[in-house]
Design a binder for this molecule. Sequence first.
Ligand SMILES: [Zn+2]
Ligand SMILES: [Zn+2]
Length: 107
Amino acid sequence: MSEFECPCCKRVMIDFRLVDMLEILRKKIGDKPIIVNSGYRCVEYNQKVGGVPESYHLYGMAADVRVPGVAPAELLAYAEEVGFLGLGLYDTFCHLDIRYNYTRWEG
Ligand SMILES: [Zn+2]
Ligand SMILES: [Zn+2]
């Protein structure tokens, strides 16, 4: 749970649907640990890291995750199967969020 905290102020907000889906994802990839690089962000911290103003991180609906030994592109494919609709592919991690319209991008 502390993995989801905002690094600057330690506040946390999590949509439990996000946690449920990460749990399903974890089972799907063979119970490997999912490392959360970034979960909830307050407005100030989101600006600091250059997040988009309407980032789903602000609502506890997004997580930037990686799994040691699993390539981000592979992880993203699993996440899509699980039903994540916001899918961002980056060099070292995936951005996953539970928005309601399908959006996929590469960062
Ligand atoms: Zn903060
Ligand atoms: Zn993100």
